[in-house]
Design a protein around this ligand. Structure first.
Ligand SMILES: Cc1cc2nc3c(=O)[nH]c(=O)nc-3n(C[C@H](O)[C@H](O)[C@H](O)COP(=O)(O)O)c2cc1C
Length: 480
């Protein structure tokens, strides 16, 4: 399989194997209505030819939740209809909403857990999922995605920590799956069998005593048996280990499991692909070919191509990488990979989401509300006669790099490093002309160069390079 090979998901043909997973934008008001900024965000991904666009989590019920999209009433249908139409008018990209139910949380740190829901509450949730799915179909979306991941209601039932002891018993896999089975049955009753219904679950909860791949393989098998049309895998993002700031509502991404869900710069690339690989092999061995989506620090073109070519997943999810550069797909398709604006996983977007503030990317030009347009122009930034005058200094166990400003429309600088003359990789992206590299082990050799890029990712040629060979400290001098 290839990254640019189309895929038929129950009649929805996605033009390539790249999916932008749901990412809350906080662009909606408290009214939950689709507005122009939200439409622009998703049209931007369509302009960039993303195969499948998953619109941010939207509530199927009326509970308070600050700025969050909603699909909990027919009054929301016109906005969603316009969003879906504008995406379809833009390109072949397909678009599905992620539909979510969440339980109550309070500023005191208290949160509702599955055992607090009555049988009537559960019936209502099942009805609400079905009604929301029906509204999605009425709105012209190509399908839907059920949110059964992170800290939200369906995931809390699926969790190994589910405290219920009845038909939805947290001690048995069947008990944990019960609500999903009923939700799927009702959704199918409302939208029919010919409408794509995907689901997002956790391949690993990444909390103590939470479920791991051992259970998620079996959960995925059941989802395939239930007729889910794709299974999108995430990890972590739980309330169980969230850090509570007094007076503020609990944020599901503030603990270790949150770090795993939106891994920062300190985590390796492709860190969750092995989970998708194992789940895909398992369900395939049981005769199911339900497409599996993997996500988590996949933004290098060669990595995305490898995941698909080696069959580790059927679709790659690129969230923050596509927020940084909505034209990633087009640039890779057209062989303009050197023009990609690479996500640095600084997680400013994650912090904004947590603070309920409008989510944007740190790498966008100041005050931009959307990723800047892709322009083919060749007037990329240039270096003066000093070729950037890059200097590196080794002091106090860090390398400090300084260079001179590039000329032209400069929006930032990518810093490249090769260790021991090996593979060159980007280690940072900054707006200024100075970087401190702390990830340096003395005794190795480091070569650096810098490229200036404009707002569309058009990069200068590399600056002059500089090499530094810090010596291993002489600990013998420190013997008392
Ligand atoms: C700002 C932000 C908002 C997110 N909102 C959602 C969401 O609404 N639903 C969801 O399933 N995941 C959400 N995620 C998680 C992403 O979909 C994705 O799984 C995660 O960022 C890892 O992928 P990446 O390394 O490509 O960014 C969000 C992530 C970020 C950064």
């Amino acid at each position: 399989m290839k990254l640019f090979e189309p895929l038929d998901i129950n009649g929805m043909i996605i033009p390539n194997r790249v999916l932008v997973p749901a990412m809350v934008t906080r662009l909606s008001g408290e009214d939950g209505l689709v507005n122009d900024d939200i439409m622009d965000r998703y049209v931007r991904y369509a302009e960039g030819n993303v195969g499948l666009i998953v619109v941010e989590a939207m509530a199927i019920h009326g509970a308070n939740a600050g700025p969050l999209l909603r699909i909990s009433d027919d009054k929301f249908i016109p906005g969603h209809t316009e969003l879906a139409k504008r995406v379809h008018d833009t390109s072949d990209s397909k678009v599905v909403p992620q539909i979510i139910h969440f339980m109550k949380i309070a500023r005191s740190g208290w949160r509702q857990t599955p055992d607090m829901l009555s049988p009537g509450d559960i019936d209502q949730i099942i009805d609400e999922f079905g009604d929301a799915a029906y509204r999605a179909r009425q709105s012209g979306y190509d399908g839907i995605e059920l949110h059964a991941a992170h800290a939200y209601t369906l995931a809390q039932f699926l969790s190994a920590l589910n405290p219920r002891r009845d038909d939805y018993n947290g001690r048995t896999l069947e008990g944990r799956l019960h609500i999903i089975g009923r939700v799927m049955a009702n959704v199918r009753r409302k939208v029919g069998n010919d409408y794509p219904v995907g689901i997002r679950i956790l391949a690993d909860e990444y909390v103590r005593d939470g479920h791991t791949i051992t259970d998620s393989k079996l959960i995925s098998l059941r989802l395939a048996q239930l007729g889910c049309d794709y299974i999108s895998l995430s990890v972590g993002g739980k309330f169980d280990d969230a850090v509570h700031t007094p007076g503020e509502i609990l944020h599901g991404y503030s603990g270790y499991s949150g770090d795993r869900c939106m891994p920062g710069a300190n985590y390796p690339d492709l860190l969750h692909v092995h989970l998708a690989d194992e789940i895909k092999s398992f369900i395939n061995s049981k005769g199911y070919s339900t497409p599996i989506v993997t996500a988590g620090k996949i933004s290098k073109p060669e990595h995305a191509k490898m995941v698909i070519a080696e069959g580790k997943a059927d679709i790659v999810g690129i969230a923050r990488g596509l927020l940084a550069d909505a034209d990633w797909v087009t640039k890779v398709r057209d062989g303009r990979e050197d023009r990609i604006v690479h996500c640095t996983y600084c997680n400013v977007c994650k912090e904004l989401d947590g603070a309920h503030k409008e989510v944007h990317c740190f790498l966008w030009p100041k005050h931009a509300r959307q990723a800047p347009p892709d322009k083919m122009a060749s007037d990329v930034p240039t270096w003066g006669n000093d070729a950037g005058d890059l200097n590196a200094e080794w002091q106090d166990s860090v390398v400090t790099l300084k260079w001179s400003k590039a000329e032209g429309n400069v929006s930032g600088y990518d810093v490249y490093r090769a260790d021991d003359n090996g593979e060159v990789r980007i280690i940072d992206a900054v707006k200024g002309t100075r970087v401190v590299d702390r990830a340096v082990l003395a005794g190795m050799s480091y070569r650096y160069y810098v490229r200036a890029y404009d707002s569309a990712g058009g990069a200068s040629v590399p600056s002059g390079s500089v090499q530094i060979d810090p010596a291993i400290p002489d600990y013998a001098n420190e013997v008392a």
